[in-house]
Design a protein around this ligand. Structure first.
Ligand code: FE2
Length: 425
């Protein structure tokens, strides 16, 4: 007998009336009208069954530290940096582990089952690295946590950062990170990209740099990142995170840059919740949005994902591990309101992010691990509109989280007794 049979689901590509059969934790059949005995049968009632949400950019070492040692009163980046500086010396491994595990609980409940988290390596104790490696091991049966060695204070600017970064990689951190725009000069930024790509190429690592997270149109480290990707043959293995300066760059320059990124196989992660709040702060009016050029990158064939970046930490007081909130903000800020564009925003928090993380066996197809989420929505656009309830979350065919359907009881004259926000079609 099979473990699980999901009946009458709609898939993100629009196929409807689909059944999904699971045995030994793997998907064995995806088709209409499967008749098979299963230990558990779930009637999807035509709702959307999606592969899990994937967050391509997060900071788990800082998450849920809101209010420690005090809140960010102004809500600005500068006060956030000052706050992190106050918090860092007081951090303990136990506290980081505790908060990260709590965040993973939120993630699971929201159907977010894979996260790429940067972890600060500019700390001689590598406290956060040890803590998050421990968390990675603790959660691995239900959540894929991929770690990036992130020299938050600059790999050249911060003393011993190269050695610390290499030590973090040796300890089990997966990906090489960087922050070229935070180095002292443009030249040092360029040198840092070269150095970090060389380390990645030598060690066969993926690369994910915080890159050009500034409103300065002359911050062009993404160009160097693309060139180094070409030079080392790293196509498909290098990601530029944020890339907000592209918003402000000269259009003619960008007309050369985007094809270079495509040719070099460099992907992009935008962080709409954070960048809409942090960028353009030196502007009066008009104020720039600061999000990178998402639809233009996608049109050129560059893989683009949306990340959450921060949740309740020194930089951002909000957030709840809801990648549909992230997709919704990305959709609005990038003005991606066309039908295909809205669906692309759903891809940005599912398939595109999974591709950037190099997740193995992702997607609702025979042979893959039976990881999927049943949403209270009928298609990806409705899921974004409603930030749909995650009715059930499955990992390896086992239901690991469920949430009651959203509804509201009404008592008004001549109207129905309840509402469910999904009008008849
Ligand atoms: Fe970040």
């Amino acid at each position: 007998m099979s473990d699980l049979l999901v009946k009458n689901a709609t898939l993100p590509d629009g196929r409807s009336g689909i059944d999904v059969l699971v045995a030994d934790g793997r998907i064995v059949n995806v088709s209409q009208r499967i008749s098979a005995a299963a230990a558990r049968t779930v009637d999807a009632q035509g709702c959307l069954l999606t592969p899990p949400f994937v967050d391509a950019h997060f900071h788990m070492d800082a998450t849920l530290s809101y209010g420690l040692p005090r809140v960010n009163e102004s809500g600005t980046l500068l006060e956030g940096i000052a706050l992190w500086g106050e918090l860092k010396p007081t951090l303990t491994q136990e506290a980081i582990v505790e908060r990260a595990l709590a965040y993973c609980d939120w993630a699971v409940a929201k159907g977010l089952l894979a996260i790429r988290s940067h972890v600060d390596v500019c700390d001689p104790r590598l406290l956060a690295v040890e803590a998050l490696l421990h968390v990675k091991e603790r959660v691995k049966s239900y959540l894929d946590l991929q770690l990036v060695a992130f020299p938050q204070d600059g790999v050249l600017r911060s003393p011993n950062a190269v050695e610390l970064l290499e030590r973090a990689l040796a300890m089990g951190v997966d990906v090489v990170g960087g922050i070229p725009h935070f180095e002292r000069t443009m030249h040092d930024g360029t040198e840092s990209v070269r150095l970090l790509c060389r380390i990645a190429a030598d060690q066969g690592r993926l690369v994910d740099m915080h890159c050009d997270e500034t409103d300065d149109p002359h911050s062009r480290h993404i160009e160097t990142l693309a060139l180094e990707s070409l030079r080392h043959g790293l196509a498909g293995r290098v990601n530029g995170s944020h890339l907000t300066s592209m918003h402000s760059m000269d259009n003619y320059y960008v007309s050369k840059l985007i094809p270079l990124m495509q040719e070099a196989g460099v992907s992009a992660v935008a962080n709409p919740l954070i960048n809409i709040t942090i960028q353009g702060r030196h502007d009066t009016y008009p104020k720039r949005r600061g999000l990178t050029r998402v639809p233009e990158l996608m049109a050129a064939g560059v893989t683009v994902a949306f990340g959450h970046d921060c949740v309740m930490d020194p930089w951002y007081s909000l957030g709840s591990a809801d990648m549909l909130e992230v997709a919704s903000m990305g959709l609005h800020v990038a003005q991606m309101t066309g039908q295909d564009a809205m669906r692309a925003c759903f891809d940005a928090v599912t398939v595109n992010a999974a591709a950037i993380l190099h997740l193995d066996g992702y997607g609702i197809a025979p042979g893959n691990r039976a990881d999927f989420v049943l949403l209270q929505a009928r298609d990806p656009v409705e899921a974004i509109r409603l930030r749909a309830t995650r009715l059930a979350v499955f990992r390896g065919g086992k239901m690991i989280a469920q949430t009651p359907a959203a509804t509201a009881a009404l008592d008004v004259p001549g109207r129905p007794a309840s509402v469910d926000w999904m009008p008849e079609r």
